[in-house]
Design a protein around this ligand. Structure first.
Ligand code: MLT
Length: 408
């Protein structure tokens, strides 16, 4: 008899953003005349930058000629892209990362979700609350949790991120083996200083733990004092893996490209306590389960690092950050407490005791504006909503005008 993986029955019926899309689509069907403004899922709206499109076209044209055509590429990514990443994103910031420590992939969601496959089932996993749901759900699927009770899975060490701790997870007071961190944070938009990350790196070293550091939003950091990569922290190469994405940095949500950095110094342990190279393990997994990102997409990603590409994507980020400023100012003018929006495209708003799904319904039905209910990111988000700055300036201004009316 073909039997199911019982762990799937522990999951909530649907993935957060699918639930929201369903609700929004139903509302739109019932109200076809409403112009809905989507500030929910962090999906970019601006066209790919001209330099990126040029790189993309060049890649496509090469595929149209027998002489330059490419079949299977290296699973880990073409050298031209890995070299550009290592130099621009790491070495130029003083982080000594080599091209062969970079694994190009189809995005950070897949990599952050798949990475847990490398670890034993009975490790202790620490996850912030609120959190990007893919980290948690994939550990549930793998059988690393018990049942879901009172908004939480048994067996997970939840790290509450609240106003009291500036939405920064505290170091766990029990020993954990795997730690998920995301900065600038999704969903709260909070950021971590070098001091904060240093404490985590030291914790991981002392406890032989591993940090999975999601830096998908690093390009939104405006404050020069903040670290853009965990490898700016001494010792991080031994205890941290970093996930990056071109999705939010350069508008690749529909194009798909990201990468994971696994320094060769990073070791984990087998059941006898012997060291194992994490780099070698992921490489084995990657070449078995993944056949590489398409050549034109990697050419497009390479163009992000050209002089013009860099300037163009920087101006796209500035555009979204300007939206974030407008949203933040409006929210502030209503007297709501919020965090984020400064070094992040997300604004995390305290609904002052209003349940997040009620707040979501109110904004949808009274203003035609879609946000993300904080409760979907965990118990600590129950009274928060997240507003994303990914939309056109015109739509953001219109959405804020509508919120002024709706929340009067
Ligand atoms: C979000 O809205 O949290 C993100 O867009 C989701 C994602 O990147 O998968």
């Amino acid at each position: 008899m073909i039997r199911a993986n019982d762990n799937y029955s522990k999951l909530k019926a649907s993935y957060l953003f699918s639930d929201i899309a369903k609700k929004v689509n139903e509302y739109q069907q019932q109200n076809p005349d409403v112009h809905i403004i989507r500030l929910g899922i962090g999906d970019v709206t601006r066209a790919l930058a001209p330099a990126v499109i040029k790189g993309f076209h060049e890649g496509v044209d090469e595929m149209a000629n027998d002489v330059t055509f490419r079949g299977y590429g290296p699973e880990q990514g073409y050298a031209f892209l890995r070299e550009a990443i290592a130099k621009n994103d790491f070495q130029d910031r003083g982080a000594d990362i080599l091209p062969d420590e970079i694994f190009v992939s189809d995005g950070a969601k897949c990599d952050t979700g798949n990475f847990q496959e490398l670890f034993a089932k009975d490790i202790k996993v620490a996850i912030p609350d609120p959190v990007y749901p893919a980290y948690l759900d994939t550990n549930v699927m793998a059988g690393r949790t018990g049942e879901y009770e009172n908004g939480r899975y048994n067996g997970i060490v939840y790290m509450d991120c609240l106003k009291e701790n500036n939405f920064l997870p505290n170091l766990p007071d029990e020993q954990v083996d795997l730690i998920y961190l995301c900065f600038p944070n999704n969903p709260t938009g909070s950021t971590a200083t070098k001091k904060v990350l240093t404490a985590w790196v030291e914790y991981a070293k002392e406890n032989h733990a591993l940090i999975l550091f999601d830096a998908a939003y690093e390009s939104f950091i405006r404050d020069e004092a903040l670290p853009k990569t965990i490898y700016e922290i001494t010792g991080a190469k031994e205890v941290a893996v970093e996930f990056r994405s071109f999705s939010k940095t350069a508008g690749f949500t529909g194009t798909r490209c990201g990468f994971t950095v696994i320094p060769k110094d990073c070791m984990i342990y087998d059941s006898k306590g012997e060291k194992i190279s994490l780099h070698a393990m992921w490489n084995r997994r990657h070449i078995t389960k993944f056949n590489g990102v398409s050549y034109p997409v990697q050419k497009a990603a390479q163009a992000v690092y050209s002089e013009e590409g860099h300037a163009q994507v920087k101006s796209q980020i500035a555009y979204y950050l300007n939206n974030a400023d407008i949203i933040s100012k409006t929210i502030e003018s209503f007297g709501f407490d919020y965090i984020g929006g400064k070094n992040s495209p997300y604004i995390w708003i305290d609904g002052a005791g209003r349940d997040s799904w009620d707040f979501f319904d109110l904004l949808l039905t009274k203003a035609g504006v879609v946000c993300t209910p904080g409760g979907g990111f965990g118990r600590c988000g129950k009274y928060y909503i997240r507003i994303s700055a990914f939309n056109s300036l015109e739509n953001v201004i219109l959405a804020m005008d509508r919120l002024k009316e709706a929340l009067k």
